[in-house]
Design a protein around this ligand. Structure first.
Ligand code: MG
Length: 248
């Protein structure tokens, strides 16, 4: 069952999502060659707590850190490590979750470390655009497949592929609620969208094939062919007035 949120619940979710957004702004400021992924984790953890929130990923199903940091061919769920320092030319996906007043926020962005290749730049632009186009379909009366299809079409028209094993999700009192939101699908299919639904929409896009594999650390998910991957995610409330991006 998809839980509908009241206006006051959506405002609580906005508070959680805004802390995520500001944490990601801070990550953008701090990302440069030489900083370790663990330093980013510590900065984010400190900031989230300073805002009266809890880092929702810490301990989630046993995840050991407060944010996920995934580099280049890593898609999601990279574990911050002290000895892993960023290098110019890499792309870095940072995924942040917060818990405030019983509600979750969850968003992600991919950043460039100094100058990156034209392909990496284009991958990030296409993934961001796919998220934007998916969000624009998050309207009362549309169906879930309209969101999925808009993401898939944007990505595949650009010659990239969408990860299929990982999906977006409903969000609220729990980090992952129904429904699952695949980044591929057919328009006009799936559940009908209603005001009060809140979704974490999150395209994960590869320059190569769509297949992924889990690394031996049991968390990090990387592209099977070693191609680059980008990830952008927003929390979006569906309202009578259209999509309301809580994490912008
Ligand atoms: Mg998510």
């Amino acid at each position: 069952m998809i839980e509908l949120k009241t206006d006051s619940e959506i405002e609580k979710m906005r508070s959680a999502a805004q802390i995520v957004a500001r944490t990601l702004d801070l990550m953008e400021e701090k990302i440069e060659p030489g900083i370790s992924t663990e330093e980013l984790n510590e900065i984010a953890d400190r900031y989230i707590r300073s805002q009266g929130a809890e880092p929702a990923f810490l301990g989630y199903q046993g995840f050991p850190k407060s944010i996920c940091v995934s580099i280049d061919e890593e898609v999601v769920h990279g574990i911050p490590v002290k000895t892993r320092k960023l290098k110019a030319g890499q792309i870095v996906s940072v995924d942040v979750g917060t818990l405030v007043d019983g509600f979750n926020g969850d968003a992600a962005r991919t950043f460039a470390v100094a100058e990156v290749s034209d392909e990496a730049r284009r991958l990030m632009e296409v993934t961001r655009k796919a998220l934007e186009n998916g969000i624009s379909q998050a309207r009362v009366g549309n169906r879930l497949g309209d969101i999925s299809h808009a993401v898939q079409k944007t990505v595949e028209d650009a010659g990239f592929s969408v990860v299929r094993d990982l999906v977006g999700h409903g969000i609220g009192r729990r980090m992952h609620e129904e429904p699952q939101i695949p980044n591929y699908g057919d328009p006009g299919t799936g559940v009908q969208l209603k005001a009060g639904m809140v979704f974490a929409i999150e395209p994960m896009v590869n320059t190569g094939g769509y297949k992924v594999k889990t690394r031996p650390d049991k968390w990090t998910i990387a592209t099977e062919d070693g191609s680059l991957s980008a990830h952008f995610e927003h929390d979006v409330a569906i309202t009578e007035n259209g999509p309301d991006i809580l994490s912008s």
